[in-house]
Design a protein around this ligand. Structure first.
Ligand code: ADP
Ligand code: 5GP
Length: 186
């Protein structure tokens, strides 16, 4: 079974993290790439597990040193996938899942045309606000900014190979699982 890169993208609050967690409970051998960010940790987030939390200077230094497979500015912070996160997993035969926003997904598609890209869409735009408010991790200003960005991201969905609408969670995980299994065992 060939190791692959799976990119799960879509607007903030659509359920990417939730779907990936459930997917990894169902499909063995899917490693999650830990991204780097300049955003500060949220309550309960751990450095090295949830993100590599970097200062702006450290992020810029690593970007200049070409250490990122992709990186993007999002809601006033920088986010990026370190090449080392992906390469060491692929080298050991593990497939890798990236949970990233749309600009980064486009960069991965350009750098790795063999990567499998999945856009997660909400059943309707109002669901994003409900889910971001319900998650309770972002203040109202951050939520507004994320929803503004989401409008642009939703316009980009037809660029992606696969689109999964996350309406009923179980059904969306089933669809994502089917896509991943078909790619792993064609
Ligand atoms: P993302 O990683 O895309 O920002 P999350 O996975 O953190 O999104 O999900 C945002 C919120 O929406 C969470 O509180 C999560 O429990 C909830 N959620 C995820 N999927 C669904 C769904 N299908 N229906 C209702 N709520 C959902
Ligand atoms: P959050 O601040 O909610 O953790 O993440 C904000 C957005 O950044 C989300 O859409 C998330 O998917 C995206 N993101 C997380 N890590 C990366 C990354 O490494 N690269 C890119 N381009 N986006 C990322």
């Amino acid at each position: 079974m060939a190791a692959k890169v799976f990119v799960i993208t879509g607007p903030s609050g659509v359920g990417k993290g939730t779907l990936i967690r459930l997917l990894r409970e169902r499909v063995a051998g899917l490693a999650l790439s830990t991204s780097a960010t300049t955003r500060g940790p949220r309550e309960g987030e751990q450095d090295g597990r949830d993100y590599h939390f970097l200062s702006r200077d450290e992020f810029a230094r690593r970007a200049d040193a070409n250490e990122f497979l992709e990186h993007a500015a999002y809601s006033g912070n920088r986010y990026g996938t370190l090449r080392s996160e992906v390469e060491r997993r692929l080298a050991s035969g593990e497939s890798v899942v990236l949970e990233i926003e749309v600009q980064g997904a486009r960069q991965v598609r350009a750098a790795m045309p063999e990567a499998v890209l999945v856009f997660i869409a909400p059943p309707d735009p109002a669901a994003l606000r409900r889910r971001l408010e319900g998650r309770g991790t972002d203040d109202p200003k951050a939520i507004s900014e994320r929803l503004r960005t989401a409008e642009l991201e939703l316009d980009a969905q037809q660029e992606f190979q696969h689109v999964v609408v996350n309406d009923e969670l179980e059904k969306a995980v089933d669809e994502l699982e089917a896509i991943v299994r078909a790619e792993l065992c064609p």
